[in-house]
Design a protein around this ligand. Sequence first.
Ligand SMILES: C[S@@+](CC[C@H](N)C(=O)[O-])C[C@H]1O[C@@H](n2cnc3c(N)ncnc32)[C@H](O)[C@@H]1O
Length: 252
Amino acid sequence: MAGVLHNALEVYWDNTLTPSRENEFPLAPHDEVMAGRVDAVRYKRQNRRLALKSWKVMVPELLGLSESAGFSEGPSRVQICGWGLGRDLEWIPKIVNAGFQVSVCDVSSVACTTCQIFLDRRGVGNVQVITSDLEQAWNNGSIHDEQVLVYYAGQFVQNQSEEEKDTAMEHFGSFLRIPTQNGLGRRVYLLHARGEDNPPDKVRWRNTIPYSDLELRAPLEKGFGGPVLMEVIARHRYYHQCYSFLRIGGAP
Ligand SMILES: C[S@@+](CC[C@H](N)C(=O)[O-])C[C@H]1O[C@@H](n2cnc3c(N)ncnc32)[C@H](O)[C@@H]1O
């Protein structure tokens, strides 16, 4: 969450992701909850819609990559930033079957346990789960960028402070510069609530910062050292919030 010290981050997210009397619908839009417009049926339906949309967008994107010439020479890792409730990540078993290696990094042990339960239920055995702050995982070598072909961060950047967002986006930019053995271009996918699509008179966030394209692009291009290609490949409405799937790669 924006502005929370790292040592408090895990506690914050563990509480945010755990259902309780005060938090009946984890990650449901705060303003809708306050207005009494979230109930169990609608919450389940909205989460299901998000899961289906993410599948529809991400499976063809990643299967397309896995079918490209040279894919088997690597790198073939998909690095997930933030599992949360895993609402947008049901496609993981499908891409593991297609030959991707997968690693998940989340600071919350609740999220990592939820992830592990999901993987066990689906019989997916070889996914790495790192319980850590992302920046820490970069700094202590838990994540090796050369092995990563794709970063995926869903509803993640919007929960970082401006400084953390800049660090993450700059890191993604420098990641995109690293050449690959198989010649495939590295990519970053974001599922993000863009400022452009979520004006404050329509959506009132609690701890989310709906960064604009410009706010994402500036640190990204600093890390990359030049222009990057950042495309909205799909949009999705979660309650009244507008989410975009962004595909980011080095400019052709
Ligand atoms: C909003 S949730 C992600 C929601 C997920 N897309 C879903 O649909 O369930 C954000 C997740 O990122 C994790 N997170 C936030 N900041 C982090 C950081 N700096 N490093 C690692 N994990 C972080 C939180 O613990 C949380 O599980």
